[in-house]
Design a protein around this ligand. Structure first.
Ligand code: SF4
Length: 709
């Protein structure tokens, strides 16, 4: 029988980056009974998707870690340990490896799933105490290209728009973004806005996704050629004089270079259509629709980011919006739809790619600022960024890295080419896995396992896709002997007395106060100094910048931050103008050929999140989507004599997987699609080729063949 709710606790969903405000219902006995969307929250207005609705089931789900575990070799059985024993062993092994092989021989890879205060504390521990430069997050697998593209175009990271832009736009173009399955509540916001004003929706995707089915125009692009399509649209825009020349001349650099590039005959739709697979008239139609709209916006997700052209794709979307005057106006923006619930928090505060508050290691003044604040010698910091997650595993193979700490990430399932990752794991002298779940696949290779608390067993903030900082309140005590990640990082810091004077606050709110102080600065867009936990809860989330001073908050009403960045046309570049980036397309995608004739694509399903460490345990999520499958076109299947629901072997140059076929016209005759969530499935085959700027892998463009089993 349904138990009665005695108390509701405020929280924010811990899955995708939509940032839905949730209330967790506790019964009389203090146990979690249910969850519901918060009706007063601007983001989700009372709604949740299936994952959010069932999120309360994860507190006592199977596989949760109950106590620290240790072993000498990864093929030995684990022995239970006390927290002191496990932390001492971890600290001793880190020091041993660093003494023997150098500070950077120990690497740390975290996630986009922690709370922001935990990121800040881990960054302080890694940068200020442990001192390795090989520190990254799994966000290199999802948002690194967006970060890199924003920085190249605007001089700084941070999505410039917001969900409210759906209510103002007159044309929306979605690149490789399947909102109904990836970000269902953002989709609902978009759908409501479109039903009211019926603006054109253009979806660029090789697959007939759910969003493509809702679109006015679907452009089934050849995988990995978005830059050709955008250059060709810009060709039409410049040729027909549809660009916003006044905006371009006042607010951008490199106009003549970009114009010369896109006006080259290669990008004339007559020629471009053969490279990107979109008919010339369609290219002209969408270019005119976009440029002639009073306000037009672009959104994108992994279809752009997970590519060897990911950073260029983002920069080129920014080009399109700068050329049409669509940055910083209601309904006109470049809005990257982030993947994980707190991918933004790790970008802002984790120090993965630099130092907290979007500071960079390459800047001496910024190194000094943080060193002074933490009370350490600035010479302790490296002077340039170390390896990304995707470069850390090859460095394990070559023996450059000997030890690894994985925090809430599962590369045995999430990385491309997992057979290679397995071999790298086996080579490690020491692996510590910190995760809520003991049965996470990567834990097979660990020497120490640290059981972490999950989501609302902790307290702290998330930042969502539209820069909105929202709060997770501590709703119930940690499961068994698991501990909050914040506590684990603080305890580890006590074991690294490097002669530094460095203070670690005892509470997440104390860490938040430090972050607020570090965020103050008139030229900094990431300013959270006016926020507090109580204000955030009262407002159901506040967007940054939200400055402490009245003067700094001019134009903002009540507890609202700025919905948009760059409204004054001033960017974070040295001369204050945005950079138009010339993106000349070089086709380095792995292509279908006689031996491997199918394009292989991967993506999410609505029921699951990432590698199913959580949703794979939750009754209905798993019930609706229990096994992997491969979408295949019925005509291609007929040619190969393959039936619906038959098992086939899919093989690429990296590996193979056996998977069940689902026949559907959602995929083209020469393409297949597999959800990426399942262990030992599609990522056994995917390609680890990296984007040169973001180091993000080309998960979505590779080739494979199909055989009957
Ligand atoms: Fe959670 Fe995303 Fe679903 Fe909202 S849309 S409930 S944030 S998973």
């Amino acid at each position: 029988p349904q138990k009665k709710v005695a108390e509701w606790k405020y929280s924010t969903c811990n899955y995708c980056s939509t940032g839905c405000a949730i209330e967790i219902g506790l019964g009389d006995d203090g146990k979690v009974v249910t969850s519901r969307g918060h009706a007063g929250a601007d983001v989700n207005r009372g709604k949740l998707c299936i994952k959010g609705l069932l999120e309360h089931e994860l507190f006592e789900s199977p596989g949760r870690g109950t106590q620290p575990l240790m072993r000498d070799k990864f093929h030995h059985a684990f022995q239970p340990a006390s927290w002191d024993q496990a932390m001492d062993k971890t600290a001793d092994k880190i020091k041993e490896i660093q003494t023997k092989y150098g500070r950077d021989a120990f690497a740390v890879v975290s996630t986009g799933q922690l709370l922001t205060e935990e990121f800040y504390t881990l960054g302080k521990l890694v940068r200020g105490c442990i001192g390795t430069n090989n520190y990254d997050g799994n966000t290199t697998l999802c948002m690194a290209s967006a970060v890199s593209g924003y920085k190249r175009s605007f001089g700084a990271d941070g999505p410039p728009g917001c969900y409210g832009d759906f209510e103002h736009t007159e044309c929306l173009m979605a690149f490789g973004s399947n909102l109904p399955e990836q970000h269902p509540i953002i989709y609902w916001r978009l759908k409501e806005a479109k039903e009211k004003r019926n603006f054109p929706l253009i979806v660029v995707d090789p697959r007939v996704t759910m969003l493509a089915q809702f679109a006015d125009i679907h452009l089934p692009i050849t995988p990995g050629t978005d830059c050709v399509l955008i250059n060709s649209m810009l060709h039409v825009i410049f040729k027909e004089g549809l660009e916003d020349r006044a905006y371009l001349e006042a607010h951008t650099n490199n106009l003549s270079e970009l114009e010369a590039l896109v006006l080259d005959k290669r990008y004339d739709p007559i020629h471009a259509q053969h490279e990107c697979g979109i008919d010339e008239d369609r290219i002209r139609t969408v270019a005119r629709l976009y440029a002639n709209a009073g306000a037009a916006m672009s959104i994108w997700t992994m279809g752009i980011n997970q590519s060897t052209h990911g950073s260029d794709g983002v920069a080129n979307i920014n080009n399109l919006n700068l050329c049409t005057g669509n940055i910083g106006i209601p309904g006109g923006t470049s809005l990257s739809i982030t993947g994980q619930c707190n991918a933004m928090g790790t970008r802002e505060w984790s120090s993965c790619s630099g130092l907290p508050g979007y500071r960079v290691l390459e800047n001496a003044e910024q190194r000094q600022e943080i060193a002074d604040f933490w009370g350490i010698d600035p010479e302790f910091f490296p002077k340039k960024r170390g390896l990304t997650e995707t470069d850390i595993f090859p460095a394990i193979e070559t023996g450059e890295i000997k030890g690894l700490w994985l925090v809430a990430t599962n590369p045995m399932t999430s990385m491309p080419n997992t057979p290679r990752i397995r071999k790298a794991m086996e080579k490690l002298e020491f692996l510590v896995v910190q995760d809520c779940y003991e049965d996470v696949e990567t834990n097979q290779y660990s020497h120490v396992y640290l059981p972490a608390s999950v989501w609302a067993e902790k307290e702290g903030c998330h930042t969502n896709t539209e820069r909105r900082v929202n709060l997770v309140r501590n709703a119930l005590p940690s499961y068994a002997d698991s501990k909050p990640d914040f506590w684990i990082f603080n305890q580890m810091a006590k074991r690294f007395d490097n002669g530094h004077v460095i203070h670690f606050p005892d509470t997440p709110e104390g860490a938040f106060e430090e972050m607020k102080t570090l965020s103050v600065g008139s030229d900094r867009t990431l300013d959270i100094s006016g926020m507090s936990y109580d204000k955030i809860e009262q407002a159901r989330g506040i967007q940054w910048p939200y400055r402490a001073s009245e003067e700094g908050r001019k134009g903002q009403q009540g507890l609202r931050g700025d919905p948009r960045l760059y409204t004054d046309g001033k960017f974070q570049t040295p001369n204050g103008k945005a950079n138009l980036i010339c993106v000349d397309f070089v086709n380095n995608n792995e292509q279908p050929c006689d031996e491997y004739p199918f394009w292989l694509n991967s993506g999410r399903v609505v029921e699951h999140f990432h590698t199913r460490t959580r949703t794979g345990k939750i009754g209905n999520c798993n019930k609706y989507s229990p096994t992997p499958y491969m979408e295949m076109n019925p005509d291609a299947a007929e040619e190969l004599g393959i039936q619906h629901q038959q098992y086939v072997r899919l093989t690429s140059r990296r590996g193979d997987a056996v998977v069940m076929v689902q026949l559907t016209h959602r995929v083209a005759r020469n393409a297949v699609f597999i959800p990426f969530h399942f262990h030992d499935c599609v990522n056994r085959l995917t390609l680890g080729l990296l984007d040169p700027y973001s180091r993000q892998p080309a998960f979505k463009q590779c080739s494979a063949r199909i055989e009957k089993v």
